[in-house]
Design a protein around this ligand. Sequence first.
Ligand code: FRU
Length: 428
Amino acid sequence: MPRRGWLNDPNGLCLYKGERHIFFQSAPEYPAAGPKGWGHYTTTDFKNYIFRGMALAPDNPLDRDGVYSGSAIERGGTLYLFYTGNVKQAGDFDYINSGRLATVFSVTTDDGVHFSEKRIILTNADYPEYYSCHVRDPKVWEEDGRYFMVLGGRTRDSRGALLIYSSPDLESWSFYKDCIFVDFGYMLECPDIFTLGGKKVYSFCPQGVEAEGENFRNLFSSGYCVQKIGRQTYHEWDKGYDFYAPQTYADGNRRILVGWAGIADAALPYTYDKTLPDGWIHCLTTFRELKECGGRIYSFPIAEILSLAKGYERTAKSALKTFFAKVKPLPGTKITLGGCFVIEAAERNLKFYFISGGCGRAERTLSIQPRELFIFFDDTIAEIFINGGEEVFTARVFGGSGIEAEGVEDCEVSAVGEFSYEEAYCDR
Ligand code: FRU
């Protein structure tokens, strides 16, 4: 959760010199207007967190309307951050094919907290001429001694696309290739390409895809393809109402994913502003370790998060504010979280709905045989991992606390141990 103001995408996730850096899209003055920068948390152990203030502020003429999303990569002990500088020009523009500048910047650091001058890497003139002004969210990785950068884009004829640039040294970049989809909406955001279990994974967020059965139910979708990229192999990362713009990073041998427990664009049928009286809005999901299995990716909370459990007790009812629960559902099982969000199990599906506080979020069904549920509930968020992470369902829950389980075979609940949180600002 942000210390104050608005939060969206996770950015620049990395393990660098023993510390995990968790940057995020941040507008600390929200609801007052103001461009976004990169907020910054660090942790060494996922239990003790330090908030380090605004790492990258929108203080350059080419990022004055937002230091938008991007990523981090280490080379020779130096950490490079790449992001998109957003500029919305004043004038009579459509802001699709004109009126917007998207510049890729990089900054470097040798300690993770003091950053170099901003350096321009790519401007709109470097994107092929058939692209609109919407090209952003650089994710950089290394492969066979070369560096690659993937960006999400929208073509002038409104097709979603991935653009890839390559570099020998992270300094000079050239266009490598692109991939334009005929059937994936009008724009792709926040792409990520990585290797998992020896297989290539393509993760991205298509905008403008019509709902189709249980898929694409959110305003914007986020999902992945294993090995072969295309609509046929696409699978959503999370089936919940509140999930978007995930990013992954390598943490030793693990591939860890963090998502934004929210959804882009304010044109929503419901509001998330229930936490605003407390001065903040939106949060990130927990850290999820990814495992590839037959073309599908399982995600489950990392061991450090699981180890925060203080001890499981068999109980069908608990008033805890923050807890983990392990549930073995039966057909007819009904679990209520926070007094308002319900999960109902049948033999071949799960149903999710709100009794109150749904703010327009309608009932959803997920076709899966539910063998076990692992629930992480933290005051305003529920993350439900189904069958060891075969599917995940994330929902912000603005109700009360606690869990009530009816008709279960087994339900075990544990309090979540203490997190520590401090603030340490440095003169950047
Ligand atoms: C996704 C996104 C990104 C952009 C950022 C701006 O939620 O729209 O494409 O970089 O948010 O905050």
